[in-house]
Design a protein around this ligand. Sequence first.
Ligand code: C5P
Length: 231
Amino acid sequence: PRLAVIVVAAGSGTRLGRPEPKAFVTLGGRTLLEHALEGVFAQPEPAQVVIVAPASHRGDAAAIGRRVAGPVQDAVTVVTGGDSRAASVAAGLAAVAEGADVVLIHDAARALTPPEVFTRVVQRVRAEQVGVIPALPVVDTIARRDHSGAVLEQVDRSELAAIQTPQGFPAEAYRAAVTAVVPGAEHTDDASVFAAAGHPVVTVPGDERAFKVTTPWDLRRAEHLVSGGRP
Ligand code: C5P
């Protein structure tokens, strides 16, 4: 396939307060990873899917991948993640087959991301050969503050966006960027590494349903959605 999708699922998810790694917490009886993979396989283009799992859950991840992939079994690879998200992405990238033209990097924790977000990102990467990230307007007022909690300034919200995944890149340029840029604390996503290597990055509309399950409250919201509730 020309499209490769790396699904990072190797985080511990301590903020969720569950013993199992976050991607293996269940939502309506199925893991976050399974829900996330359903979104990936529901987008229309054939894809190589690389699941990045914790070492302890590689077998589980492979079983989940087989279940969701159905007849396209050979499309799924499972690799072991690293201590940081960047290390997990690098492990996933190493498993992407030569010949892919677009690589997407997606958080398993954004389990309810609808397929059309994937399509929007892929189309824009192919059309313009740039980094593409889904974004939503920021609804809260955002302030910069010091460690004591005193407000230093309020930031102009109209210039801000909340960034989601899947993030998409021309595959070869992304590989080169990851090799060239040493990830630092300022690189909290994949596009910031791509931008640090000098490449343009643009936004496409994100989706409310692509929120990242991080806290117990997020999990409740996600449960409500999969049980047929409205957002
Ligand atoms: O921790 P956070 O919610 O920002 O993680 C975002 C995504 O990155 C999750 O899907 C998580 O499983 C993944 N991750 C990873 N390896 C790490 C840390 C996070 O694959 N070491």
